[in-house]
Write a protein that binds this ligand. Sequence first.
Ligand SMILES: Cc1cc2nc3c(=O)[nH]c(=O)nc-3n(C[C@H](O)[C@H](O)[C@H](O)COP(=O)(O)O)c2cc1C
Length: 368
Amino acid sequence: MALTRRKTLALIGGGTIFAATAATAGFVTSRTPTRALAPWERAGGYGDPRLDALSYGLLAPNPHNLQPWQVALEGEDSFALYHDTSRRLPHTDPYDRQLRIGFGCFLELTGIAAQASGHTVELTLFPDGPQGPVARGVMGKGGQTDPLAAHIMERRSCKEPFTDRAVEAEKAAALAEFASVHTDPALVADLRALTWEAWLTETLTPRTMQESVDLMRFGKAQINATPDGIDMGGGFLEALMLAGVFNRETAADPDSTAFQQGIAIYDEMLNATPAFVSLTTEGSAPQDHIGAGRRWLRLNLATTQLGLSLHPVSQALQEYPEMAPHYARAHELLAPQGGTVQMLGRLGYGPAIPRTPRWPLEAKRRDV
Ligand SMILES: Cc1cc2nc3c(=O)[nH]c(=O)nc-3n(C[C@H](O)[C@H](O)[C@H](O)COP(=O)(O)O)c2cc1C
């Protein structure tokens, strides 16, 4: 059953899966982790320009929804953004490259939100060197609303199969401002194969798979208590959990039905991809990672504006020995002239999906 199989995606690959059929709607509504989603409602409602902007920033896409940020207000008009180094992905992101991309998304979103409320933000990256804050922002009055601001609340990372509708040339051209868009059928076929093989490598490498499994939150109570990581929610999955079919042990066990079915579903999803985007930088210093994140966030808002879905698929870009052949292949396909591919994503038309959990701003302040 297609819907059932799709939901099983969450057994292994991550993402929020809520059942969407009318028959289960009542039960599902009761399983919605309302508290974990509350920061989406609270965004912009603090009555203070800095807190308002930062409360939008924390809605940014970020690897494994780890939310490794901490913020502090400084003086009358400044804020600092820190990396909470207790939150890392040492196996799949050993150099924090992807985490820094997530910080770039946070900063760009904070800036767009600040502008929309009539403020400017002047950012300095790594103002105190590599050990200090990721950035310091000074806010002032002024700023013009960026049209992309209108799409903050609808932006998603869509971890679902896309339809076979092609991405129109004019939409691809509009996105070229932010990233390289790949619609050539031969290259798309190569990238489908690459993303699948790379995903399989991460999944079948026990320590990298375990890193994901450790971040899974099983069911509404866990998601509300720990609103980060890979949220396994919804009535369907919770029924599987109650039946003992799906839990932290089966999710990590390659012999379990859950694990095997998850593989089949990821195969289907990665193949259901009509186009890809990639984002390459010349250098690969921490500032480049932040810059790539800022571009990715704008790309994600622009895809939302155009009615397109975007899904980062990062496995082939990860830096650990088992992934090295796929990393090399990604660069051969996407950066033949040199440079570092910072982001790779699926692009197409996917279903509407729910918001993902966030820790509230209060939990991320280090100054109170
Ligand atoms: C640098 C980066 C890498 C990511 N890599 C993946 C990935 O490989 N697979 C995936 O499903 N999602 C990936 N994501 C998406 C996150 O899982 C997602 O942003 C997070 O769960 C929050 O969900 P949202 O973007 O829908 O708000 C990535 C996001 C970022 C910023």
